[in-house]
Design a protein around this ligand. Structure first.
Ligand code: FFO
Ligand code: ATP
Ligand code: MG
Length: 203
């Protein structure tokens, strides 16, 4: 339905305005609290294979979470997306320190080069246990508005085909990213939980 696309476009613009108004200190403060919430989360503690995004400046910062994943002896996977499609893999990251040495994409996100051969999370029987999800906006029923390329929706539908089934999904949000309701279409996959300051929603 065309009107859903228009509603998404309008909400993305509104959310980008809200995010631009957020100061660096406030983003750091909320990110610190959310990182602790993740580390204390039973689903996180029980997860061995975790996919996490390398945060952009307007997203909840994930550096402390990534360090903890390695400290806890868990396995860490990061996005490798193909710019001109909606294809994304989650590939193995060897260490926190490795991130700085990875090339950057046109969106200025570190990711391994296409020819860099790495384990893809869904290539083996183990799959993924948990995906920490980015996004521009969320509502309390788990609807998610991304950056409009469908990478995560397409990836989650691939996860559904995997013998292990869909991993648990937790979105990380600044409280300014919470919306009354997010417009969705058939391809949109809900997240299991949205973590934001002082509160959380579970479905
Ligand atoms: N940190 C992070 N990594 C990620 C994602 C993400 O949302 N966050 N992705 C999740 O998909 C994939 C990359 N997809 C992206 C899609 C768009 C933009 C982006 O900056 N878009 C512009 C406007 C796009 C346009 O021209 O229409 C923007 O948002 O300002 C960035 C990443 C994989 N890696
Ligand atoms: N599972 C899928 N298979 C094929 N195309 C898809 C799938 N999911 C979404 N798409 C397509 O991707 C495009 C963008 O979708 P949408 O606007 O929901 O992006 P988004 O959820 O904001 O982005 P992202 O998931 O990358 O954060 C749409 O044209 C949609 O039809
Ligand atoms: Mg979507």
């Amino acid at each position: 339905m065309a009107s859903v696309q228009a509603a998404k476009r309008a909400l993305r613009a509104e959310l980008k305005r809200r995010l631009r108004a957020l100061g660096e200190g406030e983003k750091r403060r909320q990110s610190g609290r959310l990182a602790r919430q993740v580390m204390q989360h039973a689903r996180y503690q029980a997860s061995q294979r975790i996919a996490v995004f390398l945060s952009l400046p307007d997203e909840v910062q994930t550096a402390e979470i990534i360090k903890d994943i390695f400290q806890q002896g868990k396995e860490c996977f990061i996005p490798r997306y193909q710019p001109h499609s909606n294809h994304m893999d989650m590939v193995k990251l060897a260490s926190y320190q490795e991130i700085a040495s990875l090339p950057v994409t046109s969106w200025n996100i570190h990711q391994p080069a296409e020819e860099d051969v790495r384990e893809e999370a869904l290539s083996g029987a183990e799959g993924l246990d948990l995906i920490l999800m980015p996004g521009l906006g969320f509502d309390r029923t788990g609807n998610r508005l991304g950056r409009g390329k469908g990478y995560y929706d397409a990836y989650l539908s691939r996860c559904l085909q995997h013998p292990k089934g869909k991993p648990y999904t937790i979105a990380l949000a600044f409280k300014e990213q919470m919306c009354e309701s997010v417009p969705v279409s058939e391809n949109d996959v809900k997240v299991d939980e949205v973590l934001f300051e002082e509160n959380k929603t579970q479905h």
